[in-house]
Design a protein around this ligand. Structure first.
Ligand SMILES: *[C@@H]1O[C@H](CO)[C@@H](O)[C@H](O)[C@H]1NC(C)=O
Ligand SMILES: *[C@@H]1O[C@H](CO)[C@@H](O)[C@H](O)[C@H]1NC(C)=O
Ligand SMILES: *[C@@H]1O[C@H](CO)[C@@H](O)[C@H](O)[C@H]1NC(C)=O
Ligand SMILES: *[C@@H]1O[C@H](CO)[C@@H](O)[C@H](O)[C@H]1NC(C)=O
Length: 706
């Protein structure tokens, strides 16, 4: 930090003390953009389109339930210092995605937006397309890198920030929090319980039940946006789902935006409301808990396994099926966020904006650690990245294949032999990661590019007394609590204010999980997926403390080592769309199945069309389908798009050789629907075998709802 910047911070602090800045203290902006990835697999080389959260090869996309959106928020203080926070309906965030977003912003706005003052966070939906990370392990499920999805994210996120930039105006920011009951449970309580008893005694629950909200209000008193942090895995939709979906938190955002933008279609309207990821590592939305699939009896609590022949150990609820569960969890989260939004009890933020960012090579880090058993401070180290046996067991939200169990502390000759074909862990790796038995020595692979990152970004955005700690991983509940406490303490110790801290999970890069050293010792899924050994969290705590101290002290922060640039090495096994065809005597957009002539309220309307491949055009800010209602003026008004909860479409390949395909559309009318005349339109693009992509559309007959 330069002397000038120090002076600026000093002055800002001074201004806060000397004047009442509770109102109009900041300039604020919000923006939203469509960043939907490819919703379907490709006909020839079958390619998984959906998220690798479940690492499930059969989870290939076949259509859209809910679209993906990027939601951006800009804050600027009196002295022109800016920060940007983005929450995108993405599985996580990629370093290269952020790099390219910042690059595009810099072309437009110079150096106003940089790595240091922009945080991109993924919501962690498990039902959105993958293949946008540049680490081999994280792109296996998508058969390598998928440029179309990478570009969709980069362009959508950038556009949301551009829109936020253009909407910047005077306003104020309020922070408030509430409790959301019954929307999350701990999916690894046996690991959580290994944390010290005295520490656990400070908390009522084994997951964070708090929802923390930042509310953005402009000078006219209009609420223009809100960021809500709540810790829960978006895994209400399970691994059998093949519709693209933003899951529970994505739907909660849509509900909040629907309330604040009355009459708007999804993705439209001025108010932008995000439900962002937090310390959700060990937090499941499947609140009825795990049961053996076939018997419904409890699973073994330590290993989450079931007796032979009784199926996998899977967590369910609260609904009858995954759609209903998603809806119920979304409504519980939305209701809490809406209550805060409509209350006047929030605390106005005041004080300067500041930020700091640093890259750390975790495989090389040494930090001090106070061992509660020996009461001594020792030097501990980070390890070369590796995944443990129990990583392959998966979780009770999505169990893995083969015979792996959670909490595996011993290895087997069979899997070690298989492992050594890929990469052999060194003796030092084994010692460093103990008691984790290494299944994948991802730091030792010799592929042309990285299997998992070694260098991670850490970042803090400070907005007055509110700190956003951006972590590139899924922190468990207790890991997040320790990090919040560490940042709070270090601020005070360095002579700063007592700050409210939120964990912005899955930000800027993805490096799997972070469990506490005590949870790590149990080696459930989260511990086995803690990449840099038992002291991964210890290293984060140390470096985040330093970062906060630097912010408070106005000190210069070293940039740290740059993550490798490996774009040109990426392997892509998926092919693009080769061509589309339609049977003789039909045309693209032709209606194959017409809706019935009349429906009662609450009925499901279905129609199907001759279609091209949706990958020909992702229809950002548009839609593949509209439901239209005839107005009194005899015009058609769009009442729903492919992004509405009530609609779904499914793309079906009819002939691989001739590249024929259909799309089936369904619309749940609901009891509240207005009577009248309706129709459905389908919009798409088809690719000619001679090259070229052409638009088409199709319209059903008119039908009535009585
Ligand atoms: C997924 O949810 C469906 C209900 O929607 C249920 O039938 C199925 O057993 C679940 N599968 C898994 C693997 O969780
Ligand atoms: C604390 O020290 C004990 C005794 O040396 C050791 O067994 C234990 O692993 C240490 N704890 C951690 C979290 O490193
Ligand atoms: C639908 O297709 C027709 C024929 O190609 C075209 O003239 C019309 O503009 C299209 N309508 C829309 C709304 O795209
Ligand atoms: C459907 O409604 C439109 C608009 O009123 C009208 O022009 C058209 O003739 C109707 N189509 C049929 C098949 O009734």
């Amino acid at each position: 930090m330069t002397q000038f910047e120090k002076l600026r911070l000093f002055l800002a602090g001074f201004l806060v003390c000397s004047t009442n800045l509770a109102v109009n203290a900041y300039r604020i902006g919000v923006g939203r953009a469509d960043c939907t990835g490819p919703p379907v697999e490709i006909g020839f080389v079958s390619v998984l389109a959906l998220e690798m959260g479940y690492a499930e090869f059969s989870q290939r996309g076949h259509g859209i339930h809910l679209r993906q959106y990027s939601r951006a928020f800009i804050f600027e203080d009196d002295l022109g210092e800016r920060i940007v926070f983005v929450s995108a309906d993405a599985g996580m965030m990629g370093h290269a995605v952020k790099r390219d977003v910042v690059d595009l912003l810099q072309r437009k706005y110079g150096d106003m937006y940089r790595f240091e003052n922009v945080v991109l966070s993924g919501t962690h939906s498990h039902s959105v397309p993958s293949g946008f990370l540049m680490s081999f392990l994280y792109d296996i499920a998508s058969l390598g890198f998928v440029p179309q999805n990478f570009n969709a994210l980069v362009e959508g996120i950038t556009l949301s920030i551009v829109r936020a930039h253009e909407s910047v105006r005077d306003g104020s920011v309020y922070v408030d929090e509430t409790v959301v009951k019954d929307a999350n449970i701990n999916r690894s309580p046996r690991a959580y319980e290994n944390n010290p008893k005295e520490e656990r005694a400070n908390y009522v629950d084994n997951t964070d039940k708090k929802l923390v909200q930042l509310k953005l209000v402009d000078t006219s008193g209009r609420i223009i946006g809100a960021i809500n942090w709540f810790a829960v895995h978006p895994t209400s939709m399970n691994k059998t789902n093949r519709y693209l979906s933003s899951d529970n938190v994505g739907y909660a955002s849509l509900l909040l935006e629907q309330e604040m933008n009355p009459g708007s279609l999804p993705g439209q309207g001025e108010f932008v409301g995000a439900l962002a990821a937090s310390n959700l590592g060990d937090v499941s939305p499947n609140v009825m808990g795990p049961r053996c699939e076939k018997t419904g009896l409890p699973c073994d609590s330590l290993t989450s396994s079931c007796p032979d022949g009784t199926g996998a150990c899977i967590a369910y609820g609260p609904g009858q099926d995954m759609f209903e569960s998603t809806k119920i969890i979304a409504k519980r989260i939305y209701t809490a966020a809406s209550k805060l939004l409509n209350s006047n009890e929030g605390r106005p933020l005041r004080g300067p904006i500041a930020y700091a960012h640093q890259f750390i090579d975790m495989s090389q880090a040494f930090v001090p650690y106070y061992n509660r058993t020996t009461h001594r401070t020792e030097l501990v180290r980070g390890c070369s990245p590796a995944m443990g046996y129990s990583f392959a067991a998966g979780t009770t939200d999505g169990p893995g294949a083969f015979d792996f169990r959670q909490a595996m502390l011993t290895d087997t000759m069979f899997w070690n032999t298989a492992r050594d074909f890929i990469a052999v862990p060194t003796a030092e790796d084994k010692e460093c990661h103990a008691p984790k038995p290494i299944l994948l020595a991802t730091g030792r692979t010799t592929f042309s590019y990285e299997t998992q990152p070694k260098i991670v970004p850490i970042q803090i955005l400070l907005l007055g007394e509110f700190a956003i700690a951006a972590v590139p991983a899924e922190f468990t509940t207790m890991s997040g609590r320790r990090l919040r406490k560490a940042i709070q303490e270090s601020s005070v110790e360095a002579g700063g204010k007592r700050v409210t801290v939120v964990i912005a999970g899955l930000s800027n890069m993805y490096t799997s999980y972070v469990a506490t050293p005590e949870e790590y010792a149990i080696q459930r899924y989260e511990g086995a997926s803690t990449l840099y050994g038992p002291h991964t969290l210890t290293m984060y705590l140390h470096h985040f403390r330093k970062l906060m101290e630097a912010i408070v002290g106005g000190d210069y922060v070293l940039k740290g080592p740059e993550p490798p640039f490996e774009d040109y090495k990426q392997i892509t096994l998926s092919t693009g769309v080769l061509y589309d065809g339609h049977p003789y005597g039909t045309h693209f957009g032709a209606v194959l199945v017409e809706p019935e002539e009349t429906y009662a309220k609450g009925d499901v309307v279905r129609a199907s069309f001759v279609a091209g491949n949706p990958r020909n055009n992702l229809m950002h800010e548009k839609t593949y389908f509209t439901v239209e209602k005839k107005t009194d003026e005899d015009e058609w008004r769009v009442v729903a798009t492919d992004a509405n909860w009530e609609t779904k479409f499914r793309w079906i390949r009819k002939s691989t050789l001739f590249a024929y395909s259909d799309v089936e559309f369904e619309w749940e009318t609901g009891e509240d629907i207005d009577e009248g005349i309706y129709r459905i339109q389908h919009f798409g693009y088809w690719r000619s075998i001679l090259g070229g992509i052409y638009s088409y559309n199709g319209t059903t007959r008119n039908f009535s709802i009585l």
